[in-house]
Design a protein around this ligand. Structure first.
Ligand SMILES: NC(=O)C1=CN([C@@H]2O[C@H](COP(=O)(O)OP(=O)(O)OC[C@H]3O[C@@H](n4cnc5c(N)ncnc54)[C@H](O)[C@@H]3O)[C@@H](O)[C@H]2O)C=CC1
Ligand SMILES: CC(C)CC(=O)C(=O)O
Ligand SMILES: [Mg+2]
Length: 358
C-alpha cells in the first residue's frame, strides 16, 4: 500500500519561492525512487503579496490546507517595507507556529565546507550542533501589543509557561539522545537577571532528571554568543527562549557560511513547518542567485520527520548529495564566494542525488 504525504507548499515572499521551487523539484525527482511512498504537493499564495492583493497574509483556505497536511514547506515571508498600520511587519509564519502549536524550532548548524567565516581552522563536520528554539511564547508573547507613540514608555511581556518550557526542554533532550555526538544539552538563559529565566531553568533541571544519560548545563545567553564563536565544537544541543533562539540561530548560521546554509523546522505534536532560518532576502530577490541549500536541508528534515524508512533513506541521500556537491569548491553560490545560480547548484545536487539514491 502506498503512503501519500500531503505537503503544503508556501513559497511566500522575496527569495522564498525561488528556493522552495528547488526543494520541490528535488522531492519530485526522489519520489519515483521510493517504494510505497508518494508526495502530493498543494501550493498556496501567502505573505506580503497575498496581503497586498486580498488584505490577508494567511487566507483561511491556505491555513486549512496547512492544518490538514502532513507537512508544510515554507520559503520565507515578510518584506521590510510592507507593514501593518501598527508599524509591525507581516509575519504570518508566527501565526502558523502559534495556531498549529509548533513549539520546537529545531535549527541544525552543520559545517559542510571551508566556509568564508572567521573560524578558519574548522573543516567539514567540525561544527555540528542543533539549536532548539521555543517558538510559541517567550519575548514574542508580547507581539500583539501596539506601541502608543505618544506614551512615555512601551512594554512587552515575556511569557514562560510550565507546559511550554517543559515540552521544549524535553524535545531538546530527545534530539540529543538521537544524535551520535556528545549527548549534551545546554540551556541558554538569562537566569542571573530575569525571573522568567529562573523559572525556565528550574523546569529545565526537572526535565534533565529524566535523561540521566545526557549531560545538562546552563550557559548565559551573552556568554553563549561568545562560546559559539570561540568554541562552537563544544555545543551539541542548545535549548532556549524564542527571541534568544531567533538571534543566536542567525549567529550560528554565520559560523557555517551564512543564512543560505541554515535549515529549520518548527515542530509540534501534530504538525510541522519546514523552512530555512533565513528571511525573504529582498537584497538578492529576483536575481536567481539565492542559495537554496537551507531550504533543501529543511526538506531533508521533513523527510526524516515523516518517520518512514523510505523517506529516511531519501533524506539521508539528499543530505549526502548536498555534502558531496559542497566538497567541490567550484560548487558555490555568490553568498559562498562562487558564481553558481540557484538552479545551477540544484542541478549539481540533483546529479549527486541520483548516485546517492542508488
Ligand atoms: N522565517 C521567515 O520567513 C523570516 C522572515 N524574515 C523577513 O525577511 C525580510 C528580510 O529580513 P533580513 O533581516 O534581511 O534577513 P534575511 O535572512 O532575509 O537576509 C539576511 C542576509 O542574508 C542573506 N541571505 C538570506 N538567505 C539567503 C540565501 N538563501 N542565499 C543567499 N543569501 C541569503 C541576505 O541576502 C541578507 O544579506 C524581513 O522582512 C524579515 O522580517 C526574516 C527572517 C525569517
Ligand atoms: C518573523 C521572524 C521572527 C521570523 C524569524 O526571524 C525566524 O523565524 O527566524
Ligand atoms: Mg530569525
Amino acid at each position: 500500500m502506498t503512503k501519500t504525504y500531503k505537503i503544503v507548499v508556501l513559497g511566500g515572499d522575496g527569495i522564498g519561492p525561488e528556493v522552495t521551487d528547488q526543494a520541490v523539484r528535488l522531492l519530485k525527482e526522489i519520489q519515483p525512487q521510493l517504494s510505497g511512498v508518494a508526495f502530493e504537493f498543494d501550493e498556496h499564495s501567502v505573505g506580503v503579496g497575498e496581503y497586498q492583493k486580498n488584505g490577508d497574509a494567511l487566507p483561511e483556505t491556505a491555513f486549512e490546507a496547512c492544518r490538514n497536511s502532513d507537512a508544510i514547506l515554507l520559503g520565507a515571508m515578510g518584506l521590510p517595507n510592507v507593514r501593518y498600520p501598527n508599524g509591525k511587519e507581516i509575519a504570518p509564519q508566527l501565526d502558523l507556529r502559534e495556531k498549529l502549536d509548533l513549539y520546537g524550532g529545531v535549527r541544525p548548524i552543520e559545517l559542510f565546507h571551508e566556509a568564508d567565516t572567521p573560524l578558519k581552522n574548522y573543516g567539514p563536520g567540525e561544527i555540528d550542533f542543533v539549536l532548539v528554539r521555543e517558538s510559541t511564547e517567550g519575548i514574542f508573547a508580547g507581539r500583539d501589543a501596539v506601541a502608543d507613540l505618544d506614551a512615555d514608555e512601551s512594554l512587552n511581556i515575556i511569557r514562560i509557561t510550565r507546559k511550554g518550557a517543559e515540552r521544549v526542554c524535553r524535545m531538546a533532550f530527545e534530539v540529543a539522545r538521537k544524535r551520535d555526538k556528545a549527548k549534551k544539552v545546554s540551556l541558554i538563559d538569562k537566569a542571573n537577571v530575569l525571573s522568567t529565566m529562573v523559572y525556565f531553568r528550574h523546569i529545565f533541571d526537572e526535565v534533565a532528571k529524566d535523561f540521566p544519560d545526557i549531560t545538562a548545563e546552563h550557559v548565559y545567553v551573552d556568554a553563549s554568543a561568545l562560546f559559539m564563536v570561540r568554541r562552537p565544537h563544544d555545543f551539541d544541543v542548545m535549548v532556549t527562549e524564542n527571541m534568544f533562539g531567533d538571534i543566536l540561530s542567525d549567529l550560528a548560521a554565520g559560523l557555517v557560511g551564512g543564512m543560505g546554509m541554515a535549515p529549520s523546522a518548527d515542530i509540534g505534536d501534530k504538525a510541522a513547518v519546514f523552512q530555512p532560518s533565513h528571511g525573504s532576502a529582498p537584497d538578492i530577490a529576483g536575481q536567481g542567485i539565492a542559495n537554496p541549500i537551507a531550504m533543501i536541508l529543511s526538506a531533508v528534515m521533513m523527510l526524516q520527520w515523516f518517520d518512514n524508512d523510505e523517506t529516511r533513506r531519501a533524506g539521508a541521500a539528499l543530505h549526502a548529495a548536498v555534502a558531496r556537491v559542497l566538497s567541490d569548491p567550484s560548487n558555490r553560490t555568490p553568498d559562498m564566494g562562487g558564481k553558481l545560480s540557484t538552479t545551477q547548484i540544484t542541478d549539481a545536487i540533483s546529479i549527486a542525488l541520483k548516485d546517492a539514491l542508488n
